[in-house]
Design a protein around this ligand. Structure first.
Ligand SMILES: C[S@@+](CC[C@H](N)C(=O)[O-])C[C@H]1O[C@@H](n2cnc3c(N)ncnc32)[C@H](O)[C@@H]1O
Length: 333
C-alpha cells in the first residue's frame, strides 16, 4: 500500500531534520545513546513518549544480559523519560516477553513497578494481538504483546473520536422506556476500540496466501528486524496528542513512531544508536513527504482467508492418513 497523497501541513515546505533538539525544531533524528541524548531535552517538553525498547532477546542491535542487569540499564533512561514528559502527557511502553532457558518473563510485569515508582499512573494495558508468528513446541505459541499506557497526572489529553472504530451493530436502538426510547443507542462516529487491538504484526497476514516471500511483501518492511506497524503508533498519536505536540521514541529504529506523528501533523523526535537505522529513518521521512512511503492505513481490516485459497485446504496426504488411521484423532481434518 502506498500513500496516495503528498503529506502537507505544519512543516511545509522544507521538512528540516535536526540531529539534536532545538527550540525551533519540528523533526529530530538523533544518532546516539538514548540516555545521553535525553539528558539534553528540556523538562516537560514531550506530549507522547511511545517506544518499544530492546527486549533483551539477542537481536542484532543488543547484547543479551541477565534480566536484572537489563532493567538496571533501563532505569535511568525511564527516569529521564518521565522528566521530559509533559504534565498532560502520556507514555506508551510496548513490550513482549524475555525468555531464559525456556522460562517466560513478561516484560510489562517488570516495567510496571518501575514506572509506578516514578509516579506514573496506568490508564490501560493494551493487548496487541496478531495471528501469525513462530510455532512453539514446549508451550503455547505467543500471539500478543502489550502496550502499557501511563499518564503523568489526572489531567491528560484523550481524544476518543479520532480513533473510534466501526461498531458491529450500528442499528441498535434504545429499548429502555424514556425520552431516548427507539433512538439509535450507539455513537455515529463508531465505538471505542477497546484495550484489545488486532493489528497486523508482520506481513505474514497480508501476502501469505499467495506469495511465498512474505517478508519482502510487507508494505512497511525495511532492514530493521522488529519495527512498529505505523498504525499502532498512529492510534496513540491521535488519541493522546493534539496537532503540533511533540512525540518522542527513545529507541526509534527506523522511525515508525516519527512517521505516525508527522503523518498526523505532530512534531517528532527519535533516538537510535545504529547509524543504518537512522539513515533508513531519514529515507522513510523523505518518502512520507514525497508521497512514496508504503504503509498500511489505520483501520484497514486484517486479511481473512476466504477458505478457497490453496493454503487453507487440508493436504490430501493428511486426509489419506486419516482414512487409514495412521494419524491420531486429535487432528482436525
Ligand atoms: C525494538 S527496536 C525499536 C524499533 C522501532 N520501534 C521501529 O519501529 O523501527 C529497539 C531499538 O533500540 C535501539 N537501541 C538499543 N540500545 C540503544 C541505546 N542505548 N540508545 C539508543 N538506541 C538504542 C536499537 O538500535 C533498536 O533499533
Amino acid at each position: 500500500m502506498r500513500s496516495n497523497h503528498k503529506q502537507s501541513g505544519l512543516f511545509e515546505p522544507e521538512h528540516r531534520i535536526d540531529s539534536g533538539f532545538q527550540a525551533d525544531s519540528t523533526i529530530v533524528l538523533a544518532h546516539g545513546d538514548s540516555l545521553e541524548t535525553l539528558k539534553k531535552l528540556p523538562d516537560g517538553a514531550i506530549k507522547l513518549i511511545i517506544s518499544s525498547p530492546p527486549y533483551n532477546i539477542g537481536k542484532e542491535y543488543e547484547v543479551q544480559q541477565k534480566l536484572e542487569h537489563y532493567l538496571e540499564w533501563l532505569e535511568p533512561i525511564l527516569a529521564e523519560l518521565v522528566r521530559v514528559l509533559s504534565p498532560n502527557g502520556s507514555l506508551c511502553w510496548q513490550v513482549g516477553n524475555y525468555v531464559e532457558e525456556s522460562e517466560v518473563f513478561p516484560l510489562d510485569i517488570y516495567f510496571y513497578p518501575i514506572f509506578k515508582k516514578l509516579g506514573l499512573q496506568l490508564r490501560n494495558r493494551v493487548v496487541w494481538t496478531f495471528e501469525h508468528g513462530l510455532h512453539c513446541s514446549v508451550r503455547f505459541s505467543g500471539r500478543y504483546e502489550t502496550l502499557l499506557w501511563f499518564t503523568k497526572t489526572d489531567d491528560y489529553t484523550f481524544n476518543l473520536d479520532p480513533v473510534r472504530v466501526p461498531s458491529k451493530y450500528p442499528g441498535k436502538r434504545n429499548f429502555r422506556p424514556g425520552p431516548d426510547y427507539g433512538k439509535p443507542s450507539g455513537n455515529p462516529l463508531g465505538k471505542n476500540p477497546s484495550d484489545v487491538w488486532k493489528l497486523m504484526a508482520k506481513e505474514w497476514e497480508v501476502g501469505l496466501w499467495n506469495i511465498p516471500n512474505v517478508k519482502a511483501n510487507h508494505p512497511e518492511k525495511t532492514l530493521h528486524p522488529c519495527q512498529f506497524p505505523i498504525e499502532l503508533v498512529e492510534r496513540c498519536v491521535l488519541a493522546l496528542t493534539n496537532e503540533g505536540d511533540w512525540v518522542l521514541d527513545p529507541f526509534t529504529g527506523v522511525a515508525s513512531a516519527l512517521l505516525a506523528a508527522l503523518k498526523q501533523n505532530r512534531k517528532g523526535m527519535g533516538i537510535d544508536r545504529e547509524i543504518a537505522y537512522v539513515n533508513e529513518a531519514k529515507l522513510r521521512i523523505a518518502k512520507l513527504y514525497s508521497g512514496e512511503l508504503p504503509y498500511r492505513p489505520l483501520g484497514k481490516p486484517v486479511h481473512q482467508p476466504t477458505g478457497k485459497e490453496k493454503v487453507t485446504q487440508v493436504p490430501q496426504e493428511w486426509l489419506e492418513k486419516k482414512e487409514s488411521n495412521e494419524i491420531g484423532s486429535g487432528l482436525l481434518v
